[in-house]
Design a protein around this ligand. Structure first.
Ligand code: SAH
Length: 236
C-alpha cells in the first residue's frame, strides 16, 4: 500500500476527488481515505501544516496502515534566483532548518546521533523523475522546470530575502516548506521509503504571502499532473 500525504486541502483535493474510496476513518484527528487510484492501492490524508502535524500523521499511517512507500506532495517557496512559480522540486535530501543546537558546536539542523540530512528513497525519486517526463511530454511550452536537490523544513513561512539567502547558503537548499523533513525523519526511523515532491507557490521573498495565495490552486494542478503519473509507478 502506498501512502500519499499533503498538508492542506488544496494539496490533496484533486486526488481525493478522483480516487475510488473504499473506506474512511479518523485517527489522531486526521481524516484518512483508503482506496485505489489507477489500480494502485493508496491511503490519502491531509496532515495539516507544520512539522508536528506532519510527524504525527506519518507515524499514525505507519502504525495503522503499514504502507510500504510514502509520497508527500505539496507546495513550497523556491530559494534560487531564477526559479519561477510552478517549478517542481523532487527532494533528494531534507533538513529541519530550525533545529538549532549550535550552542553545543553542532551545525544548524543537526541532532545528536542522527544524520543532519535525511534522504528520499532513490527508487521513488527515479519514479518521480520519470513521472515528470511522462506528465509533461506533450507540453513543451507549459512544462515546468524540474530540479532535484535539498529541501529544508521549519515551522515558519519564509517571506524575506535574508532568511532565504541564509537557507540557500547554510543548507544548499532549493526550496523551503514546513513538513517534508518531519515526514522524512519519521519514515527514516521506521525504514519506510519515501519521497517529497513540491511545486513552487512562491519564491520565499517579501511577496511570498500574496504569491502563495494567488498561485496555490494553479500549482496544485501542476503537482497533480505529476502525482497522476507517479502513483501508478510508485504503487505498482
Ligand atoms: N494558508 C495557511 C498558511 C499556509 S503555510 C493559513 O491560512 O494560515 C504554507 C504552506 O505551504 C505550508 O504547508 C508549507 O509547507 C508550504 N509553503 C509554501 N511556501 C512556503 C514558504 N515560503 N515558507 C514556508 N512554507 C511554505
Amino acid at each position: 500500500m502506498l501512502a500519499v500525504m499533503g498538508a492542506m486541502d488544496e494539496e490533496v483535493r484533486l486526488l481525493r476527488e478522483r480516487m475510488e474510496i473504499a473506506g474512511e476513518a479518523v485517527h489522531a484527528g486526521l481524516n484518512v481515505a483508503r482506496g485505489t487510484y489507477k489500480g494502485a492501492e493508496i491511503v490519502l490524508v491531509k496532515c495539516g501544516i507544520g512539522k508536528v502535524n506532519a510527524a504525527i500523521c506519518t507515524q499514525m499511517l505507519i502504525d495503522i496502515y503499514k504502507p510500504d512507500r510514502l509520497i508527500f506532495s505539496g507546495v513550497a517557496g523556491g530559494l534560487l534566483p531564477n526559479m519561477t512559480v510552478g517549478d517542481l522540486i523532487i527532494a533528494s535530501h531534507l533538513i529541519q532548518f530550525d533545529v538549532d543546537l549550535t550552542a553545543f558546536g553542532r551545525r544548524h539542523g543537526e541532532l545528536p546521533d542522527r544524520d543532519r540530512m535525511i534522504q528520499s528513497d532513490p527508487a521513488l525519486m527515479d519514479h518521480a523523475a520519470k513521472a515528470y517526463d511522462a506528465a509533461f511530454a506533450d507540453d513543451a511550452s507549459l512544462r515546468p522546470n524540474l530540479m532535484i536537490g535539498t529541501i529544508v523544513s521549519g515551522d515558519r513561512f519564509v517571506k524575506d530575502s535574508d532568511t532565504l539567502r541564509w537557507l540557500q547558503r547554510e543548507f544548499a537548499a532549493l526550496a523551503t516548506e514546513m513538513e517534508g523533513a518531519a515526514v522524512g525523519y519519521t519514515c527514516d526511523l521506521s525504514g519506510l521509503p519515501f519521497v517529497v515532491v513540491r511545486g513552487l507557490s512562491d519564491t520565499a521573498g517579501e511577496d511570498a504571502p500574496t504569491d502563495f495565495t494567488s498561485n496555490l490552486a494553479k500549482v496544485c494542478d501542476t503537482s497533480f499532473r505529476l502525482l497522476d503519473e507517479l502513483i501508478p509507478r510508485a504503487g505498482a
